[in-house]
Design a protein around this ligand. Structure first.
Ligand code: DAH
Length: 357
């Protein structure tokens, strides 16, 4: 039967083994040999029943004291070894992030001009205080047309060459959105003014030639509050055009036009000297003051709220800025084209660092 001296020896031995363990695996072997089911300390407890009743209490207490000391020593050693293991990893797993990217596949990737131009636009409008909003490509007839002040049979619907899905039993039809303008409706239905968003995305029309593809990209803008007027619209578009074409001045022309969802409506041309072709006007977008009917259709009070909207073809401004002649090539997945016209992965467009440098 174990005596008090045996216990002291045992404690001494185990504590020495703990101190000698140089890694977590070795420490665990020591733990199992001492405190595991068949460990030396645990087995002492099993002897308890064989002792005369008057000795049990004192012996039990001593064994428990040894157990507690061993446990504490194990915990302490474990924390120390874990900290040491972490320090070793941190010193060995060092990466020099200042090294240049290795030539190889990663450097061959290219950013598509549409993605580049989208990033440029987001950078410019975010700087002007606009948030990015999104809506689905598959849209309802109601949001794509009706709420935008184009009721059924409205002639403007015909201009859109819409891809429709089969009608549902109730007669309603889903469609591929023909413009990003439905995101205006989604935003006004869910947010309380002041609203300041841009909504970039894919749009679809049944049309194809050198400057039209059945899928293309637009970026929509919407500002709604209680005081925004046309002067603000002109200023925002001018700031955008200067930043986008990376020039100090642009001359813009606002031509009266018609869109059902704006009143008044305008189309905007820029003097092409901004892209090195003086003497030509280039149309870049449509815009106007949001029609009171549209504001009311979204559940807002048109007597209280007003603002402007604009819609721009992303692919079109990409073609203008980067001199890309054929829109169809954008979506032909031709690697030679992408290697030639694509942008480096490492050049994020920033206003501070330059949009396209
Ligand atoms: N949605 C129009 C289109 O695709 C473009 C447009 C014009 C959007 C005027 C607007 C706007 O927000 O105010 O042809």
């Amino acid at each position: 039967m174990s005596s008090g001296t045996d216990l002291t020896h045992l404690e001494h031995d185990v504590l020495e083994e703990i101190a000698a363990a140089t890694d977590l695996a070795a420490l665990d072997v020591v733990r199992v040999a001492a405190l595991g089911k068949k460990g030396r300390v645990s087995e002492l407890m099993a002897q308890l029943g064989k002792l005369p009743p008057d000795e049990r209490k004192a012996f039990g207490a001593s064994v428990n004291a040894v157990k507690a000391k061993v446990s504490d020593a194990l915990d302490e050693r474990r924390s120390m070894l874990e900290a040491a293991a972490l320090t070793t990893r941190l010193t060995h797993e060092r990466e020099d992030i200042t090294l240049p990217v290795r030539a190889g596949v990663a450097l061959q990737g290219r950013i598509h001009p549409v993605s580049q131009v989208l990033d440029e636009c987001i950078e410019i409008f975010a700087d002007l205080g606009f948030e990015v909003a999104e809506g689905p490509d598959i849209e309802t007839d109601d949001l794509n047309f009706t709420k935008l002040n184009m009721p059924a049979e409205h002639p403007a619907r015909q201009e859109h060459d819409t891809f429709y899905f089969n009608p549902k039993p109730d007669g309603s039809r889903l469609l591929l959105r023909t413009h990003t303008s439905p995101v205006q409706i989604r935003t006004m239905q869910t947010k309380t003014p002041p609203i300041r968003i841009i909504a970039p995305g894919r749009v679809y029309r049944c049309d194809s030639d050198q400057t039209h593809t059945p899928m293309f990209h637009q970026i929509e803008g919407l500002v709604i509050d209680e005081t925004t007027h046309m002067g603000h619209l002109k200023w925002v578009l001018e700031e955008f055009a200067k930043a986008f074409f990376e020039v100090d001045n642009v001359t813009m022309r606002f031509r009266a036009s018609h869109f059902p969802f704006t009143e008044p409506s305008m189309e905007v041309d820029i003097d092409a000297s901004a892209i090195g072709k003086p003497g030509q006007w280039l149309e870049i977008l449509g815009c106007g003051m949001v029609h009171p009917n549209v504001i009311a259709n979204c559940g807002l009070d048109p007597e209280k709220y007003q603002g402007f909207a604009f819609g721009m073809g992303l692919d079109r401004i990409a073609m203008l800025k980067y001199g890309l002649p054929d829109l169809r090539a954008f979506f032909s997945a031709d690697l030679r084209w992408l290697r030639h016209y694509g942008f480096s992965l490492l050049d994020q467009p920033t206003l501070g660092g330059g949009l396209s440098s």
